[in-house]
Design a protein around this ligand. Structure first.
Ligand code: PEP
Ligand code: MG
Length: 617
C-alpha cells in the first residue's frame, strides 16, 4: 500500500485559535515522511514540542481492580461514585457516536451500531440496576461490583449457541471495562511505572488524568477526543507535555509498544516513523531545547517594551509542584492558582487544614510575590470525583450549577476554602479570585461570607491576613463583561478569562474537538467584551489582568497590551516567549494597531492585521 493512502484524515488546527500554540508559526516544520509502515495522523496540536517514545495505549493498559468492602455509612457515596462513572461513560460513547457519524461506508455504519448498543447498555436498567444492587446489598466497592455483574452476564452469553449472541458478551465486557476505567481514574497512576518518555495514547484523557502524569515518565500524549482550549490541553501546556488531541482514527492505528512521535506544534502523530522522520524530529527537538535555553536567559530581565511600558508577567498554576518552574521562568507572581488540584483523584473532600497547608506552601514558595488563589471552578468540562454526580447530572453542565454558583450553594465548600485562604494570607500576599461571576450580588455574598469566616477565625485566635485579602472577579461570562462597570464597583481587581469568555460569547464548547475550528478569541464580539472590561477597570482604577490562554500566546501580545492591559498571567512555559515579544514591542504602535483592529467587523481581517503587525515586528 502506498503510504500516502495511509494518511489518516483528522482535523485541521483551528485557524486563529489560541490553540495554535506559540512556536508553531516560526518553526521549520519537519517534512513528514511517508514510507511503508509509517502512519501519520492529524489532530489539534494543543501543546507545543516534540515527544518521541514508546506508545502506552490506555485501552490495552491493565486495569488494577481492587476488591474491598465499603463501610455501611459510605455505601451511598459509593453508589454516587458509580453513577458518576456511568454518566461519564455515556458522555464518552455519545461523543464517539457523533464522531463515527462523520465517516462513511460499511465499517463506519457497523461502528455506529456497535456504539449505539454500548450506549443502550449504559442506560439499561437491568445492567446498571444490577450493579447498583450489588453495591447496595453486598457493600462491595463499585469496581468489583461492575466486574462481578459483567462477568455473570457475559458468561451467560458465552454459553449460547448463536455466534451473534456470543459476541454480545464481549460487548458487555467492553462496556464494563469502560465504566471501570472511569471509576479507577487512578488507572493512570501506573504512569509512574512506565519507561521514561512513554507516549500515552487514549480515547480521552481528563484533566485529572493529566494531573497524575509525571514528565519524568510521560513524554507526551495523543487522544481521540478533546478540544484545544479544554482543561486537559491547558494542563498539558502547563506541564510542558507535547500533546495532540482530537485525532480521528488513532485507536486502532497504534499498538502499545509502537514507536510514536507526538508533534504538538503541528498537530501530528507519527506511528512507526521512518529513520528519516526520527532524525528530523530529533533535530527539531534539539532546536526547541536550544531556543528554550536561550529564552531562559531573559529570566531576570524586566518585561518592558522598547518605548518603556512596563508589563507585569505572572504564572497560572495548575499544581503546587509548578512553583519552582514559575520562579525559574521569572514570574512576578501567581496570577491564577486553580485550586481544582486539591479535589482531583480522590473520593473525599479536602479539609481546611489540608488546603491551608497546600496554599501556605505555595505562598511561602513564591517568596513575597503575590499569589492569586481562585475558589473552586468545578463543573462543565472540569469534573472531580470528590464532588459526586450532582455536578454531572445537569441538563447543560456548562450553564449549570458550577464554579461560584456551586460554592454559594454549598456553603461549606466556600467557607472551607475562604478560611484556608485567609490563613495562608497571613504568610504572604494573597488575593482571592472568584470564577464565573455574572452578577454583583454574587460578589457581595462572597464578601459577606469572607467577613463572617474572618470573624470566626479571629474568635478562635487564628492568625489571618490583615487587612483582608483583595477580592477579585474573573470576567469570563459575556454578561459580566457588559456589566463590568457595576462589577468594578464591588471588586478589588479583574482577571479576564478569555477561554470561557470566548466559549460563552460564541457558544462554542472549548473542550469539543468537532467545533474547535469555530473557537476564535479574535472574533470581534469577544474583543469588544475584553475592551469593555479593561476600560471599566481602568475607569474604576482597579488592576486588570488577562489570564486566559490568549495571554500566553505571543501572537496576541500586541493586541492585549494595545487594549490597555499591563498584567498577563499564563502557563509558565509560555512566559519567556511572551516576555521576548514584549521586549521587541513598541507600545505606541501596538496601541494604534489595537484601535485599528477594534474598528473591524471580520475576524479574518483582524487575524490578518495582527499577523502583519507581528511579522513587521
Ligand atoms: C478562562 O476561562 O479563561 C480561565 C482562565 O479559566 P479556566 O481556563 O480555568 O476556565
Ligand atoms: Mg474559566
Amino acid at each position: 500500500m502506498k503510504a500516502e493512502s495511509k494518511r489518516r484524515k483528522g482535523q485541521r488546527r483551528p485557524a486563529g485559535s489560541a490553540g495554535a500554540k506559540a512556536g508553531a508559526k516560526t518553526a521549520a516544520r519537519p517534512k513528514p515522511a511517508r514510507e511503508e509502515g509509517e502512519q501519520i495522523f492529524e489532530g489539534l496540536g494543543v501543546s507545543p514540542g516534540v515527544a518521541t517514545g514508546i506508545a502506552h495505549l490506555r485501552e490495552s493498559g491493565e486495569i488494577q481492580i481492587l476488591e474491598y468492602k465499603v463501610a455501611p455509612r459510605r455505601v451511598a457515596k459509593e453508589l454516587e461514585r458509580f453513577r458518576e462513572a456511568v454518566v461519564q461513560s455515556q458522555r464518552q460513547v455519545g461523543k464517539l457516536i457523533a464522531k463515527a457519524e462523520r465517516f462513511h461506508g460499511a465499517a463506519a455504519e457497523e461502528l455506529g451500531y456497535l456504539l449505539e448498543a454500548h450506549l443502550q447498555m449504559l442506560k439499561s436498567q437491568s445492567l446498571i440496576g444490577g450493579i447498583e444492587r450489588r453495591i447496595d446489598e453486598t457493600h462491595f466497592n463499585a469496581e468489583s461490583a461492575v466486574m462481578a455483574e459483567i462477568g455473570e452476564i457475559a458468561g451467560n452469553f458465552a454459553a449460547m449457541d448463536d455466534p451473534y449472541l456470543r459476541a454480545r458478551g464481549q460487548e458487555i465486557r467492553e462496556v464494563g471495562l469502560r465504566i471501570v476505567r472511569n471509576l479507577t481514574k487512578s488507572s493512570f497512576t501506573s504512569f509512574d511505572r512506565l519507561a521514561p518518555n512513554s507516549v500515552i495514547v487514549a480515547e480521552e484523557i481528563t484533566p485529572a488524568d493529566t494531573a497524575l502524569m509525571d514528565p519524568k515518565h510521560v513524554g507526551g500524549f495523543a487522544t481521540v477526543l478533546g478540544g484545544a482550549e479544554g482543561h486537559t490541553a491547558i494542563m498539558a501546556r502547563s506541564l510542558g507535555l507535547p500533546a495532540v488531541l482530537g485525532v480521528a482514527g488513532l485507536i486502532g492505528g497504534v499498538k502499545s509498544g509502537d514507536t510514536v512521535i507526538v508533534d504538538g506544534s503541528n498537530g501530528r502523530v507519527i506511528v512507526n516513523p521512518t529513520d528519516r522522520a526520527l532524525a528530523d524530529y530529533a533535530r527539531r527537538r534539539k532546536e526547541l531545547e536550544r531556543e528554550a535555553r536561550s529564552l531562559m536567559r531573559l529570566r531576570n530581565v524586566a518585561a518592558v517594551t522598547r518605548d518603556g511600558a512596563q508589563v507585569n508577567l505572572q504564572a497560572n498554576l495548575e499544581l503546587p509542584r509548578e512553583v519552582g518552574q514559575a520562579l525559574a521562568a521569572g514570574a512576578e507572581g501567581i496570577g491564577l492558582l486553580r485550586t481544582e488540584f486539591l479535589y482531583m483523584n480522590r473520593a473525599d473532600l479536602p479539609e481546611e487544614e489540608e488546603q491551608y497547608a497546600a496554599l501556605s506552601e505555595i505562598v511561602a514558595g513564591m517568596g513575597g510575590r503575590p499569589v492569586t488563589v481562585r475558589t473552586l471552578d468545578i463543573g462543565g468540562e472540569k469534573l472531580v470525583s470528590s464532588l459526586g454526580p450532582r455536578l454531572t447530572e445537569g441538563l447543560n453542565p456548562a450553564l449549570g450549577l458550577r464554579a461560584i454558583r456551586l460554592s454559594l450553594k454549598e456553603r461549606a465548600l466556600l467557607e472551607t476554602q475562604l478560611a484556608a485562604m485567609l490563613r495562608a494570607g497571613a504568610k504572604g500576599p494573597l488575593r482571592i479570585l472568584l470564577p464565573l461571576i455574572s452578577t454583583v450580588s454574587e460578589v457581595l455574598e462572597v464578601r459577606k461570607a469572607l467577613k463572617a469566616v474572618a470573624r470566626r477565625l479571629m474568635r478562635r485566635g487564628v492568625r489571618i491576613a490583615d487587612p483582608l485579602p483583595p477580592l477579585g472577579v474573573m470576567i469570563e461570562v459575556p454578561g459580566a463583561a457588559l456589566a463590568a462597570d457595576a462589577l468594578a464597583n464591588v471588586s478589588d481587581f479583574f482577571a479576564i478569562g478569555t477561554n470561557d469568555l470566548t466559549m460563552y460569547t460564541l457558544a462554542i464548547d472549548r473542550g469539543e474537538e468537532r467545533v474547535a475550528h469555530l473557537y476564535n478569541p479574535l472574533h470581534p464580539a469577544v474583543l469588544r467584551l475584553v475592551q469593555f472590561s479593561v476600560e471599566a477597570a481602568l475607569r474604576a482604577r482597579i488592576p486588570v489582568s488577562v489570564c486566559g490562554e490568549m495571554a500566553g500566546d505571543p501572537r496576541f501580545t500586541p493586541l492585549i497590551l494595545g487594549l490597555g492591559v499591563r498584567e498577563l498571567s499564563m502557563s509558565t512555559n509560555a512566559l519567556p516567549r511572551v516576555k521576548s515579544r514584549i521586549l521587541q514591542l513598541d507600545m505606541q504602535a501596538a496601541t494604534q494597531r489595537a484601535w485599528l483592529i477594534m474598528d473591524q467587523v471580520d475576524s479574518g481581517r483582524i487575524s490578518a492585521l495582527l499577523d502583519d503587525f507581528n511579522e513587521a515586528r
